[in-house]
Design a protein. Structure first.
Lengths: 111, 115
């Protein structure tokens, strides 16, 4: 069992809809959580980070962290075709300084 | 400001050749990470530096892989006697690591193809 799990998808949503991406992690002591967007052939780009339980909003993006249930989510409101990419979840597991990545979820936003 | 840069962006090596991949982190960033990313997978950790000290090299797949950061800035990942299974994208990331925030930023990567 991987320490950071994501459904590989693809997740397909229509333009204008809300895309919901989920990530679970194994270590209850984890403190820092990140979402990266990776376009095909490009490197990961940091889009959100969250350190406390609850929601954090930035523009069309909302990160949700639930430490009791050990999951972190990314919501993308008013999805656009330009949001089509792979979304990587990264977690700094308890006792580590090093982010561990999930395999990523492919998101397709169709017009 | 300038982001993380890596060179070369693409490298084709014949099996058995040695290669050296360079990373220039964001100025002032204390921590530097190397990752390997295979197609369809997330980045896999290789090694981690804090300034010039290599604090963790547990992800290096074999003793053919070697990394250094002698002055605490630029880092080089060297792969000796390359094998076909070394073909991947090698990503470098840096992190400021001052205070409680731990955001990490990636460079564009080096795509290595071993023929």
């Amino acid at each position: 069992q991987k320490e950071v799990e994501q459904n590989s998808g693809p997740l397909s949503v229509p333009e204008g809809a809300i895309a919901s991406l989920n990530c679970t992690y194994s270590d209850r002591g984890s403190q820092s959580f990140f979402w990266y967007r990776q376009y095909s052939g490009k490197s990961p780009e940091l889009i959100m980070f969250i350190y406390s339980n609850g929601d954090k909003e930035d523009g069309r993006f909302t990160a949700q962290l639930n430490k009791a249930s050990q999951y972190v989510s990314l919501l993308i409101r008013d999805s656009q075709p330009s949001d089509s990419a792979t979304y990587l979840c990264a977690v700094i597991l308890g006792g580590s300084y090093i982010p561990t990545f999930g395999r990523g979820t492919s998101l397709i936003v169709h017009p | 400001g300038a982001g993380v840069s890596q060179s070369p962006r693409y490298k084709v090596a014949k099996r058995g050749q040695d290669v050296a991949l360079r990373c220039d982190p964001i100025s002032g960033h204390v921590s530097l990470f190397w990752y390997q990313q295979a197609l369809g997978q997330g980045p896999e950790f290789l090694t981690y530096f804090q300034n010039e000290a290599q604090l963790d090299k547990s992800g290096l797949p074999s003793d053919r892989f070697f990394a250094e950061r002698p002055e605490g800035s630029v880092s080089t990942l060297k792969i000796q006697r390359t094998q076909q299974e070394d073909s991947a994208v090698y990503l470098c990331a840096s992190r400021e690591d001052r205070g409680r925030f731990h955001e990490q930023y990636f460079g564009p990567g080096t795509r290595l193809t071993v023929t």
